[in-house]
Design a protein around this ligand. Structure first.
Ligand SMILES: Cc1cc2nc3c(=O)[nH]c(=O)nc-3n(C[C@H](O)[C@H](O)[C@H](O)COP(=O)(O)OP(=O)(O)OC[C@H]3O[C@@H](n4cnc5c(N)ncnc54)[C@H](O)[C@@H]3O)c2cc1C
Ligand code: SF4
Length: 556
């Protein structure tokens, strides 16, 4: 269905300048940049265009029925296995993302760390890690810095330059969020241990910016859409500007199945099912895939042809490979005084002293620690998870414990590196299909031993912090047997100079198809330390800049 606002309706049989597939974190930026530069753009988005007034504090719908997600209940099963010798089994939201205009930027937590200079050249500095595809980026922090700053100001980021932050050309547009309960504890404990906690950068407005209001600290943030548009999703920031340009048609409920190429090997059209389920094809001079680290490889695999038997843009065989999730750890502590962690945004302080671990530890890794609510901080989640300190899960004592735990707990979470491995990948499942008859997404994933050691290291650091913070009791976990799903979907169409070991060049153009571009989580080469979306959006601004320049030079 085409959007009605100031939006053109382009005929499908006439080529538009660009089709952008997916309107998420990267796709929203791409649509806005290309359309405001004067190009005709059709955005194909499989989900609906929800807006601030549509969002609700409905845990049952969002958390338990996957209301914003794209899973088995919506006719889109996924399968999971730890290695290729196992049979993949159906599992919910292994490759987790939201299907709506704005993608997962609508319901994410908004933690928005920039990568640092080291992230772009770590393989050279640290040396390669045997058995992995750990590699340097073909671009540097300096190349991306102007675009990080564009994200800060155009998307809207709140923060304060910290002791470990990379250099920035302009201050944050909004001051940091006010500190919340768990972060008071984290900050106190961190300082006691000689660490440097500082305000966490977030894609959430602490004060009005670009015509949007500041956060009202409702607390239903992680996993929920923002009812006042204070969360800086591409839905709230980029899509309105794209639609106002008069050059962008947003077609929602449109699921792309494949990209067709002509005899000259160039992309000619994008095939999709419209909101009524009818197959359509939009002709285009160029296509930008922004469907995320799981769906972009699926579209490329499904676009196989005689010329591209292993899938489009896959002469390297790297499409779908090197899937990175980011590791995590979480510990919850019970405190004698109220913490009231359920209020406000997910995190307001971060400790980055462990960003690069000492190579003498014998494994590769690094990350950050922030203070949070326990189990998203929402009432139903907390009720279902109560009992973690060993109490009963029913009856009067359960109720008493729940009352205490909801208000008196704080969580300290670690967010860590993931190494790129060929054996961690997204492929097409030969046995399971979605409601359109497409092969389901199959995820094969087992964390590298260094990633598990890194999580273990971070778990130990959060135990120290909990003890220093004065927790009466604490309990926690990290996936010591490997993760079985995540919402960070990275690396599956990686960038690189060498066409035999990467899918796109440093300008996001696929090595194999001159008028096919990719910009989303799949473009990343290494995982950063968690919170990849700031970098995904900065890369999308940079990609759009280069695509626009190439188009104006007649080079597409
Ligand atoms: C609950 C949650 C919390 C998170 N918290 C954080 C955080 O604090 N910090 C952080 O950095 N990251 C966080 N993330 C991750 C972050 O949201 C993602 O990294 C980011 O949104 C990825 O951007 P993307 O452009 O690659 O893809 P997405 O944002 O996933 O966008 C892809 C879009 O493409 C559409 N699409 C896919 N396939 C098709 C198709 N075939 N046809 C048409 N449309 C299609 C999808 O519907 C979607 O709208 C979180 C994610 C979740 C789910
Ligand atoms: S906590 Fe703030 S940013 Fe998050 S959903 Fe509520 S009002 Fe929006």
């Amino acid at each position: 269905m085409a959007e009605s606002q100031n939006s053109p309706t382009y005929p499908t049989r006439e080529p538009v300048d660009f089709v952008v597939v997916g309107s998420g974190a990267a796709g929203g930026v791409m649509a806005k940049e290309l359309s405001t530069a004067g190009f005709s753009v059709v955005v194909l988005e499989q989900g609906p265009h929800l807006q601030a007034a549509d969002f609700k504090h409905d845990e049952w719908d969002y958390d338990y029925n996957g209301g914003l997600m794209w899973g088995i209940k919506q006719g889109h099963p996924q399968t999971f296995r730890k290695n290729e010798n196992e049979e993949a089994v159906e599992a919910e939201a292994v490759l987790g993302y939201a299907h709506n205009v704005g993608g997962s930027s609508v319901h994410f937590s908004g933690n928005f760390w920039r990568f640092r200079p080291i992230d772009f050249m770590e393989a050279s500095v640290r040396g390669t890690v045997p058995g992995t595809n750990f590699a340097d980026w073909p671009i540097s922090y300096e190349d991306l810095e102007p675009y990080y700053t564009k994200v800060d100001w155009e998307i809207g980021v709140s923060g304060l330059q910290g002791p470990w932050d990379p250099p920035r050309s302009r201050a944050y547009p909004c001051p940091p969020m006010p500190i919340k309960g768990p972060d008071v504890l984290l900050e106190r404990a961190g300082k006691q241990l000689g660490l440097n906690p500082y305000p966490a950068p977030v894609a959430i407005l602490s004060q009005p910016h670009n015509g949007r209001p500041g956060c009202i600290h409702c607390g239903f943030c992680n996993g929920f859409g923002c009812e006042v548009n204070a969360k800086s999703s591409s839905m709230a920031t980029m899509i309105p500007l794209a639609l106002a340009s008069g050059n962008c048609e947003l077609r929602t409920g449109c699921t792309v199945s494949r990209v067709n190429t002509g005899e000259d090997g160039r992309v000619t059209e994008v095939v999709y099912w419209d909101a009524e389920g009818t197959e359509q094809a939009q002709r285009a001079n160029a296509v930008v895939l922004c469907a995320n680290g799981s769906e972009t490889p699926r579209i490329l695999f499904l676009s196989e042809s005689e010329q591209h038997p292993d899938g489009l843009a896959n002469s390297s065989g790297f499409v779908g490979q090197n899937l990175m999730f980011n590791g995590y750890t979480s510990i919850v502590g019970l405190f004698p005084e109220p913490v009231n962690a359920y209020k406000s945004v997910p995190a307001t302080r971060v400790i980055h002293d462990y960003y690069e671990l000492d190579p003498n530890l014998g494994f590769y890794g690094g990350g950050g620690i922030d203070g949070r609510h326990y189990s998203r901080g929402t009432p139903l989640n907390s009720a279902l998870m109560s009992g973690m300190f060993g109490g009963p899960t029913w009856g009067a004592e359960y109720k008493k414990n729940l009352q205490q735990e909801f208000t008196h707990t704080a969580a300290f979470d670690g967010h860590t590196t993931s190494l790129p491995l060929a054996s961690n990948n997204v492929t097409l499942d030969p046995n399971v299909q979605d409601k359109y008859g497409r092969p389901a997404l199959r995820c094969t994933y087992m964390d590298h031993p260094d990633d598990i050691q890194t999580m273990s290291y971070f778990y130990d650091r959060t135990v120290e912090l909990m003890e220093a913070a004065g927790a009466i009791r604490y309990a926690g976990e990290y996936p010591e047997n490997g993760q079985e799903g995540n919402v960070h979907l990275l690396g599956t169409c990686r960038m690189g100079d060498d066409p035999s070991s990467s899918v796109i060049d440093k300008y996001h153009r696929t090595h194999d198809v001159p008028n096919l571009f990719i910009s989303d989580g799949s473009s990343l080469i290494t995982s950063g330390r968690g919170q990849p979306t700031m970098t995904i959006m900065a890369m999308a601004f940079r990609a759009a800049d280069n695509i626009i320049q190439a188009a104006r030079r007649g080079e597409i």
